[in-house]
Design a protein around this ligand. Sequence first.
Ligand SMILES: Nc1ncnc2c1ncn2[C@@H]1O[C@H](COP(=O)(O)OP(=O)(O)O)[C@@H](O)[C@H]1O
Ligand SMILES: [Mg+2]
Length: 265
Amino acid sequence: MNLITARDIRVTYGGVAVLDGVDVEVAPGEIVTLVGPNGSGKSTLVKVLLGVLRPDSGSLSRAPGLRLGYVPQKLHIDASLPMSVTRFLSLPQRQSGDRVAAVAARTGIAGLEHQQMISLSGGQFQRVLLARALLTDPQLLVLDEPTQGLDQPGEAAFYELLEQVRRETGMGVFMVSHDLHVVMSASDRVVCLNHHVCCSGTPTVVQSAPEYRALFGYGTHGALALYKHDHDHDHSHGAPADPAHAHDHDHDHDHDHAPGAGHAE
Ligand SMILES: Nc1ncnc2c1ncn2[C@@H]1O[C@H](COP(=O)(O)OP(=O)(O)O)[C@@H](O)[C@H]1O
Ligand SMILES: [Mg+2]
């Protein structure tokens, strides 16, 4: 039985469909990676799966009593607010020292407990976010571009850790990534989204190829070649036609057009 099953999900904003006819599911112990261009609806789908956004239509079913953990894309911590790692891990729920220590060991942040959150490196910070999500002992962990801002070795290390935690706990993982090389390294199944599901399947064929080893963690060309053929429609709202897949930043293009700025005089 799946941990979570979404069927025929449709979400519209202002009459425009951001998700349409989307099916996705995660089985226990499975790592499913969602890839797709900027603005393709990945974060929207995550919100639907988390239950914080109600789709216009479609169905969502969860295993009874499903425990969900969530690792956000980023989290802003006010620099003027003292916040140690231990304190952060005890929010919103107080945790026993033993539990914190166990999770810290599992996520490789042991020894950092008394540091201030704002003093952590990007990689350490993401591990702390992961640790906090693991404190709820999730059966399904959902991550939305969790390695934003990390360099490639940092990313590779994070996904390796995730794989290891998955092995140890048997949890299912649903993660969004814009980094296609990650697809090659740490997924059981890849779902490629561009408002609808363009393609999905196992990356095993690619993983068994000799090029895979050479590619791991360094460059996206192989992965890109695999998936780009299915991006069959553009997302043209005046943006230059660039291969958004290859970028590792600026995916939150939720900018407003300044009111009144659009008419020529
Ligand atoms: N709350 C919202 N209101 C209106 N439009 C939104 C909202 N959230 C997202 N969108 C739009 O929906 C599209 C998909 O967004 P998102 O799911 O964040 O894409 P991705 O995570 O793949 O980059 C984008 O065009 C975005 O601007
Ligand atoms: Mg997003």
